[in-house]
Write a protein that binds this ligand. Structure first.
Ligand code: BGC
Length: 761
């Protein structure tokens, strides 16, 4: 009882302390400001002093592109209204306006025709490339190659900034454990340690070393917070997570990108403990701007302010504006709540002008840091647009990371790599698809610009015969509408089966359509959609020598394929260079080195499934039924987090653990490439804190190294574990390091490695 009440008092004190810090940090001291450059802070204050309340609120308002700025100006309706707002200085940002000419014209209107001429910041979802598309973020995460991931974001920024964009709504750092959720394609998977490093690498890539350079852009970490835990994987659904999961799984990647100086953060559609993220002061003021000292600004997600009404939190749009502004949401994307009501709310005292000033100060600081006040048109260059889009260097880098993102899931009897001199039969509609491999977020790019698998094989000089087998989708394909899958037309089966019958090896290219993942694309089945599984089984009936090439944006359930098909290559949606990367991997010009960033379930009923789960009180296995298990399938995933094979074989030996210095526990292992093929391995280190004041997961990734090993070569891989790796957040959000016994595992995936233990004194 006493302990309980002591804990309660401690929690209240912690909360009060955090709140005081939050209030102080949330309304920054005017003299300090948000930039590390005092000159910028002075300029921000000077400008703020000149602004009317309407103009300040205007900076907090973002509109979606509302007219074709290269055509005639609208003379009536909503678009005319918005244009008027632009001229009055009531718009701080627009999104989805593309092209140097269009952004230049809108910028010109604001700069020349509004009273203070404060430049716009142009936002766009530059998620995995701009024109040149790189692998979807989940695929890039499979590379475990932080330098390549940074480079990919860098190139995306170079292309996007050439067409007027200076702000991307990326990286998405939502951790997710549920493959049913379509947006897993946009994140780095299920692990907060890997997700934190990748998030920071992406921020660095977009923002570069100098935000004021004309080829760098502000990044935006999203969606703050908890969106990846949408219940049952259904997009926009309720989020209900415990404190420990919030602090240890969901928040760390956001903290990491704040530490990496991300300039903006987007809040999320979901509620957290019944409070929509957009109106959530605990998340935005106490944690983000308070405890973490975030100095950039927060943008709402699309209409997430207005959505507080159907959530049952705000009763009308005026209350939306009040709640969102007071909770720390600085800019309103497409809810129209600030532009309509914020002036009135300040005048009535429901929102303090200091709250508005704080938001505007943050927004102006980013605009100054981007250099927009020095040259508002620096990002709108028709010349750079011509030179840079689809630039050969970017294509080269896109190919490099595409190759690194491929994961070899199975290779029984070393069926791969294939022999270029032997003809194969290729089957599957996705093999000739030039759009699906571009993935879900390809807003800035053009359809049919990916190198298809067939084109990749041609370029590689491979000999093949092709049969489509079955169409994947029927009817029109559009970003905003549901796909219709082919579930009836089997007319192509007979040709495919006939070709397969006489083939040595069959390469089947199957998987998800590019628009089957992403926002609003949740699934309850995770098998091969349409007639593809049936096609696979029909082909298998006549020829078992199949290489299954998967194209998909999320983990799939591949239990049948794993039981029957000798070789499986996970190629995701790899972007512009997809076909080249796949062909080079099939024929051994690229040795696969990717490792899964998300567990692949055996059956969809296991979702959410993740490697860093808790042990439960009845972990089993027992001989009776009373332990935590399923009656019909193993608890384990089919392919676990961190898993991925290579054409090389790696042997692990000699694990050494030295905990004599508790501030620097040393762990090392020897890895040998025992094959006759040069390859690349990702050595992973996992720990388990056996007993703690808050129970810890059975395994947690705390280090990894990716490196090349020539045939026969060995290497010692070393790690040092410090407080940062050994501690965790308690239920009051405090980072603690507790002495006691730890298990350590070093190996090739989350389920395979050498194990040891140490005591932290
Ligand atoms: C998505 C965001 C995206 C925004 C702007 C929303 O629907 O959730 O991730 O950045 O739209 O396009």
């Amino acid at each position: 009882m006493e302990i309980k009440s002591l804990m309660k008092t401690t929690s209240i004190l912690t909360f009060l302390l955090v709140s005081v810090i939050a209030i102080l940090a949330g309304c920054a001291d005017k003299k300090v400001g948000y930039s590390t450059d005092p000159e910028i802070n002075e300029k921000v204050e000077a400008l703020l002093a000149k602004m009317t309340l309407e103009e300040k609120v205007g900076q907090m308002n973002q509109y979606n592109g509302f007219y074709d700025a290269t055509g005639p100006a609208p003379s009536e309706g909503d678009a005319k209204n918005k244009l008027d707002h632009l001229k009055k200085g009531w718009v701080g940002s627009v999104l989805n306006v593309r092209g140097a000419e269009a952004t230049r014209e809108l910028q010109r209107i604001v700069v020349e025709e509004s009273r203070l001429g404060i430049p716009l910041i142009f936002g766009l979802d530059v998620i995995h490339g701009h024109k040149t598309l790189t692998p979807i973020p989940l695929a890039e995460a499979a590379s475990w190659d932080l330098a390549a991931i940074e480079k990919s974001a860098r190139n995306a920024a170079i292309e996007a900034t050439a067409v007027g964009q200076n702000w991307t709504f990326a990286p998405m750092v939502d951790i997710s454990r549920d493959a049913r959720w379509g947006r897993v394609m946009e994140g780095a998977g299920e692990d907060p340690y890997l997700g934190s490093l990748i998030g920071a690498a992406r921020v660095k890539g977009f923002q570069g070393d100098d935000l004021a350079a004309s080829n760098t852009m502000a990044a935006c970490a999203k969606h703050f917070a908890g969106y990846g835990f949408s219940e049952s994987g259904r997009d926009y659904n309720t989020v209900d997570v415990g404190t420990s999961t919030l602090y240890n799984i969901i928040l760390p990647p956001f903290k990491a990108v704040v530490d990496a100086d991300v300039k903006t953060v987007m809040n999320s559609f979901n509620t957290l403990n019944g409070i929509p993220a957009t109106g959530n002061a605990f998340l935005q003021r106490d944690i983000l701007k308070g405890a973490w000292g975030f100095k950039g600004f927060v943008i709402s997600d699309w209409g997430s302010g207005q959505q507080m009404i159907p959530h049952g939190y705000a009763s009308d749009l005026e209350q939306v504006a009040e709640m969102a502004a007071n909770a720390g949401s600085d800019m309103d994307m497409e809810s129209y709540s600030y532009v309509k009501y914020l002036v009135k709310l300040v005048e009535s005292g429901k929102v303090k002008e200091a709250v508005v000033d704080d938001a505007v100060r943050r927004i102006l600081t980013v605009k100054y840091e981007l250099g927009l006040f020095d040259d508002p048109y620096k990002y709108c260059s028709e010349e750079r647009e011509k030179d840079l889009l689809y630039h050969p260097d970017h294509q080269k880098d896109a190919l490099d990371i595409a190759k690194k993102s491929i994961v070899l899931l199975k290779n029984e009897g070393h069926i791969l790599p294939l022999d270029r001199n032997k003809k194969v039969v290729v089957i599957g509609a996705l093999a000739e698809d030039k759009t699906s491999p571009l993935g879900s977020w390809r807003i800035g790019s053009d359809d049919s610009t990916a190198v298809s698998v067939l084109e990749g094989l041609d370029l590689f000089g491979a000999k093949y015969a092709y049969a489509e087998g079955a169409k994947l989708v029927t009817g029109p394909v559009a970003f905003n509408s549901e796909l219709v899958f082919n579930t009836t037309d089997r007319s192509g089966f007979s040709k495919a089966v006939a070709l397969a019958k006489s083939a040595g090896t069959v390469v089947m290219v199957l998987g998800e359509h590019g628009l089957q993942t992403g926002e609003g694309r949740s699934r309850t089945e995770l098998g091969l959609p349409g007639l593809q599984q049936e096609l696979l089984e029909n082909v298998y009936a006549v020829n078992k020598n199949i290489v299954l090439v998967l194209m998909n944006g999320r983990p799939l359930t591949l239990t049948w394929a794993d039981e029957h098909i000798p070789a499986i290559l996970e190629t995701w949606h790899l972007g512009s260079q997809s076909g080249n990367a796949i062909a080079q991997t099939l024929y051994g010009a690229n040795n696969p080195s990717g490792k899964l960033p998300m567990s692949f379930p055996r059956r969809v009923g296991q979702c959410p499934i993740y490697y860093n789960h808790m042990n439960t009180g009845r972990p089993g296995p027992n001989t009776d039924v009373f332990w935590s298990h399923y009656m019909d399938v193993a608890n384990t995933p089919l392919y676990p987090f961190g898993y991925g094979l290579s054409y090389s074989d790696f042997d692990y030996s000699g694990l050494k653990v030295d905990a004599s210095d508790p501030k620097a526990v040393k762990v090392s292992v020897t890895v040998k490439n025992t094959s006759d093929t040069d390859g690349e391995e990702v050595t992973q280190l996992y720990i388990r804190d056996r007993f703690a004041s808050v129970a810890r997961p059975v395994k947690e990734l705390k280090g990894f190294e990716k490196y090349k090993l020539k045939a026969g070569e060995s290497k010692t891989v070393s790690f040092i574990l410090t407080d940062k790796e050994l501690g965790f957040y308690d239920n009051d959000g405090r980072f603690v390091v507790e002495p006691g016994m730890f298990d350590v595992m070093v190996g090739t995936s989350s389920d395979k490695g050498l194990t040891g233990e140490f005591e932290l004194m």
